[in-house]
Ligand binder design. Sequence first.
Ligand code: MRU
Length: 388
Amino acid sequence: MFTVPAIGQTGTLSHATTAGRGIMKVDGKHYRSIWRDPQSGQVRIIDQRWLPHEFRVVTLDSLDLFATAIRDMWVRGAPLIGATAAYGMAVRVGENPSDKALERARATLLDTRPTAVNLRWALDRVTKRLLPLPTRERARAAMRLAESIAEEDIEINRRIGRHGLDVIRTIAMNKPDGEPVRLLTHCNAGWIATVDWGTATSPMYHAHDAGIPIHVWVDETRPRNQGALTSWELGCHGIGHSYIVDNAGGHLMQHGLVDMVITGTDRTTANGDVCNKIGTYLKALAAHDNAIPFYVALPSPTIDWTVDDGVRNIPIEQRASSETTHVTGRTPDGSIRAVQVSPDGTEGSNPAFDVTPGRLITGLITERGVCEASGTGLAGLFPEFASA
Ligand code: MRU
């Protein structure tokens, strides 16, 4: 049976026990967002810069390329950033297994993006596993660990989906027969933000496949419009959805058009504060004002047990001003272009994440069940980490 390994421990999964549990299907073909090509052994990713307009796969074969892919968001989403970093370490250790190379690789990858704690979690796990080993054993151990981290991510997200399904089912039971449960989500906490299933989207896929009618309001999520990725995923799976501007959520909630909000998280503190894509906090405030349940899908590697106060202690990534002053999309001739939306010379300001205090959150949906967004709630589900 699958056991979710404790943070910092070596994974316990083998491919034989876990293969085929994914949900992602593009044009009828199963994918993961990162995988090892069985013939060449090379690491491949779905290059998210082109989605939803073009589906492109690229090979990452050097530490620099892995770092670029994370920093420039060819891959993105907290769990996928962690898994990619683990593969990046494995590729580098395959070239040079020395302590020095290992530590340099860790520092290079850690420097790519500051907010999603899965990055540090994965790098610490790899380093802790490899350093005690003789150098000749490191390359193989590193690749096996990267594969385990990817496998575990899939299983964690599948379990989040099962628990989230129970929440959605309860809401569905209180609605007139046949009326869809209307969910609102922010950013992309979907297949391609993880290795498979997604976190916030996993309950949606589970509900849809269980025959519960749902409709998803998808926030566009300026400035990078990750909502377009969510819309693409939901469309691939046949789930009804509407792409809405970020400012529409409060209005929809006031008019009784939202039954539940569910988002992902990039870092959740030990006392249940949730750091997620910029704008999440405003949705939580609006949900609170309208008594609408606000849930966060939380895989355990996204919990930062070292931090209590999210607003004060979580580093918030500041991204390029050009992401706010320009918008990228497809032009009528089919090419993908950025166009300027602000006046010449206007400077943008671009904090990429915000923190929603636990008091605004109805529940955290983890792989071990749903808990209150508080220290007590998290300690109840993860006593081994809370007490460490
Ligand atoms: O800047 P991004 O696109 O990496 O931000 C992604 C998010 O904020 C997601 O909601 C979060 O990582 C959870 S992904 C399962």
